[in-house]
Ligand binder design. Structure first.
Ligand code: PLP
Length: 394
């Protein structure tokens, strides 16, 4: 492998395995973990040139570390973005949107069914500094447009949504945002660049929690922002450099190997999830299955257009309400009862009493989170074993 290959000429699976790694003078084959907080300079003059940015090179691992940089470069290629900045967690990446792009008095719009901590961050923490947030229905374009104000800086979308697997039309939302001089931010955690490339569809910024599918084995916490060179250079990188929500070199090293198998894992998760969704639809105890790969999904056509596969998360409603949902969960022997997702191990969750338990019953009802709803993040176990485990409680 030469150090000067242009990975833009290669496909995603190849970028995932090889892009971003610069072979060092030991000619190592695997990317090393650079466990160093700082770097030495050849001379006082060189130190000065690096600090002023006149000469490229490492300075201090809060903002330049070769292992973290390799992860950033690889993910940027895969998302078809110009540049990436890694963060200590998905929430730290979302926090950087506020710190890098917003000031007191600004306004943002978000889809209503997003990750719970993201709502708390927008309302309690952005809100504390005078930023206001309006929430709208993900698929209602007219509602997005009606919510735009002169001070609106960005639209924030999670697609598909959790746990109901609704989709936002990223292309249409990007056009809407740009018509009103706003940016479109997409949280691409559920799809990863393997299934969906928001920047190609017109979005300006992608945020990630690497904790989920990118790691894929439930080991490390991390996040990332991918955007244009200009946005990273003027907004996100200076924020990271100063405020320091930095990804550790060890975590970046774990995520690099996660990226290497991401494409085959996402395909396998998606294939099993589709089989599970079809099987669940045929069960008497189940009243509704939410999965974009099903013909019965209201946005199946959009899902086919916008995504290359339908993803690994399936949710479904049991006729027997909360009692039936808890009974089903407790009757499983193999599935992990945990709110995490994107793992090689299948996980099962009751959203109404866990991830969405802090919401009032009324807000939950508006969000469509019924008491009988169960969410499964379909792992890489044999699909027949997953079905058998769920059949105990059906
Ligand atoms: C988990 C998650 C986050 C937050 O990421 P952390 O790495 O846990 O901080 C943000 N968005 C979505 C969609 C997530 O699933």
């Amino acid at each position: 492998m030469k150090n000067n290959i242009d990975w833009n000429d290669y496909e995603l699976e190849t970028q995932a395995v090889r892009a971003g790694q610069q072979r060092g003078f030991e000619n190592e084959h695997s990317m090393p973990i650079f466990a160093t907080s700082s770097y030495v300079f050849e001379s006082a003059e060189e130190a000065n040139l690096r600090f002023t940015g006149k000469k490229a090179g490492n300075i201090y691992s809060r903002f330049t570390n070769p292992t973290v940089n390799a992860f950033e470069e690889r993910l940027a290629f895969m998302e078809k973005g110009e540049r990436c900045v890694a963060f200590a967690s998905g929430m730290a990446a979302i926090m950087s949107l506020g710190m890098s792009l917003l000031k007191a008095g600004d306004h943002i719009i978000s889809s209503r069914s997003i990750f719970g901590s993201t709502i708390v961050m927008f309302d309690n923490y952005f809100g504390k500094f005078g930023v206001t947030t309006d929430y709208v229905a993900l698929s209602d374009l007219a509602a997005w447009e009606a919510a735009i104000k002169p001070d609106t800086k960005f639209l924030f979308v999670e697609s598909p949504s959790n746990p109901l697997m609704e989709l936002g039309d990223i292309k249409a939302l990007a056009e809407l945002a740009h018509k009103h001089d706003c940016l479109l931010v997409v949280d691409n955690v559920f799809c990863t660049p393997v299934l969906q490339k928001p920047l190609e569809l017109g979005a300006d910024i992608v945020v990630h929690s690497a904790t989920k599918y990118i790691d894929g084995h439930g080991r490390c916490i991390g996040g990332a922002v991918i955007a244009s060179d200009e946005l990273i250079e003027t907004a996100f990188y200076p924020y990271l450099r100063t405020c320091g929500a930095t990804m550790s070199a060890f975590n970046a090293w774990v995520f690099l190997s996660g990226l290497e198998t991401l494409a085959i894992r996402m395909q396998a998760h998606s294939e099993s999830a589709l089989k599970l969704a079809q099987w669940l639809e045929a069960q008497d105890a189940v009243s509704k299955v939410h999965y974009p790969g099903l013909e019965s999904h209201a946005q199946h056509e959009l899902a086919k257009r916008q995504q290359s596969h339908f993803g690994g998360v399936v949710s479904f409603e049991l006729k027997g309400g909360k009692d039936a949902a808890w009974k089903l969960i407790d009757a499983t022997q193999m599935l992990s009862i945990t709110a995490n997702l994107g793992d090689v191990k299948s996980t099962i969750t009751h959203p109404a009493t866990t991830t969405h338990g802090r919401l009032t019953p009324e807000v939950r009802a508006t969000a469509g989170i019924k008491d009988g709803l169960v969410r499964v993040s379909v792992g890489l176990e044999n699909i027949e074993d997953i079905k058998r485990d769920l059949s105990h409680g059906l």
